[in-house]
Design a protein around this ligand. Structure first.
Ligand code: SIN
Length: 330
C-alpha cells in the first residue's frame, strides 16, 4: 500500500527544546533543535508515512505572533491544495498551542488533517515525550478518520479538537484537556480511535479567511478580580483596541464598576465579549443589563479562544448581532 504524504511544519517549542542536562525538564531553551534532527529522532515515522519537514519558525510559543499565524495559515492552505500532500503535522510549543490550533481551525479551508503536537519535556530529557507525540500525531494525520474533523491536537495519547483543548497544567505530560466536551479520541498502540466529532463550524465550512490579510485587529483580554474598578478598560480603549474580551467571574459576571467602563467602550465602537476565568462551562446571557449594553457571550470559548474568534470576526464586520451569531456557530 502506498504511504500517505505528511508535511511537517516545525515552529519550535519544548519538543525542539535543549536543556543543559538530561534530568532538566525546566529552564531549557525552547525551539533550539531543527526539524531534521527532530525527524531523525523518530525513524519509525517512515513506516507509516512519507514525511517531509520544513522549519517555519523556531519560537518559544509564548512569543507567537499574528504574523506567524498568518504565515502558517497561508502555508497550510497552499500545501493542502497540493494533491501530493495528504495532511499536515505542526510541531509547536504547548503554551499557545490551543490558540494557534483554534486560529487554523477557523482560518484554513481543507478537509485534510491538520494535527498539532508538542512536548512537555525537552528533546534532551530522559523520557522525553516529544518523539512519541510526533509519531502519534503522524499516525493521526494519516488516518482517513481524521479527515473533516478540523484542526486536532494530539498529545500524550489523546486526540482533541483545537476548539476544545486547553493547557491545564504547568508541567504535567497530561496537560491538554477538553474540559467541556471531552477528547475526540485516543491513540492506542499507535492506532487512532475516534469516539466523537466536532459539530461547530470549522475549516472547510468556515466563513473566515485571512488570504491577503497583513495583520489582525487588536483585541485585548482583561482579567476580572475582586476590587476590579475597570481602569484598564479605558487604557485598552486609549490603546486603540477594536475589541475587548473580559474574562469575568463565574458565568461571565462583571463587577458593576467594570460594567460601566465596558458599556462606555461599546458606546465608543468597541466590541465587548464576556468570557470567564472559570475553567469550564458556557457563558450564558445572565444579567439583562449585559444584553442592553450589547455585550456578547463567548459560549464555551475560554478568553484566549474568544479573542481569536473576535479578531477573525472583526475582519468581516463590526455588526454586534452578526458577531454574536458567530459565537453560537463556531
Ligand atoms: C513553548 O510553548 O514553546 C514552551 C513550552 C512548551 O512547549 O511546553
Amino acid at each position: 500500500m502506498t504511504k500517505k504524504r505528511i508535511y511537517i511544519l516545525a515552529t519550535g517549542g519544548t519538543i525542539a527544546g535543549r536543556a543543559a542536562s538530561e534530568t532538566a525538564t525546566t529552564g531549557y531553551q525552547a525551539g533550539a533543535i531543527g526539524i531534521e534532527e527532530l525527524l531523525q529522532a523518530v525513524p519509525e515515522l517512515k513506516e507509516f508515512a512519507e514525511v517531509q519537514g520544513e522549519q517555519l519558525a523556531a519560537l518559544d510559543s509564548k512569543d507567537m505572533t499574528a504574523d506567524v499565524w498568518l504565515h502558517l495559515a497561508n502555508r497550510c492552505e497552499e500545501l493542502l491544495a497540493n494533491d501530493e500532500i495528504d495532511g499536515i503535522v505542526i510541531t509547536h510549543g504547548t503554551d499557545t498551542m490551543e490558540e494557534t490550533g483554534y486560529f487554523l481551525h477557523l482560518a484554513v479551508h481543507s478537509d485534510k488533517p491538520i494535527v498539532l503536537t508538542g512536548a512537555m519535556r525537552p528533546a534532551t530529557a530522559v523520557s522525553a515525550d516529544g518523539p512519541m507525540n510526533l509519531l502519534q500525531a503522524v499516525r493521526v494525520a494519516v488516518s482517513d478518520e481524521s479527515r473533516g474533523k478540523g484542526v486536532l491536537i494530539v498529545m500524550n495519547g489523546t486526540i482533541e479538537s483545537a476548539r476544545e483543548a486547553v493547557k491545564t497544567h504547568t508541567t504535567s505530560l497530561d496537560t491538554f484537556q477538553s474540559p467541556d466536551m471531552g477528547a475526540l479520541g485516543t491513540v492506542q498502540d499507535g492506532e487512532p480511535i475516534f469516539y466523537r466529532q466536532p459539530l461547530r463550524r470549522h475549516t472547510k465550512a468556515s466563513a473566515f479567511s485571512v488570504q491577503g490579510i497583513a495583520s489582525l485587529p487588536r483585541v485585548a483580554i482583561l482579567y476580572a478580580h475582586a476590587d476590579d474598578d475597570g481602569f484598564l478598560v479605558d487604557a485598552a480603549v486609549q490603546g486603540g483596541v477594536k475589541g475587548i474580551v473580559y474574562a469575568g467571574m463565574g458565568n461571565g459576571s462583571i463587577p458593576v464598576r467594570v460594567e460601566k467602563e465596558l458599556a462606555e467602550a461599546v458606546r465608543k465602537g468597541v466590541i465587548v465579549v464576556r468570557s470567564t476565568r472559570s475553567a469550564a462551562g458556557r457563558v450564558t446571557k445572565a444579567e439583562t443589563s449585559y444584553e442592553e449594553h450589547g455585550f456578547i457571550g463567548s459560549d464555551t470559548l475560554n478568553p484566549q479562544k474568544a479573542r481569536i474568534l473576535l479578531q477573525l470576526a472583526l475582519l468581516q464586520t463590526t455588526d454586534k448581532e452578526e458577531i454574536r451569531k458567530f459565537y453560537s456557530i463556531y
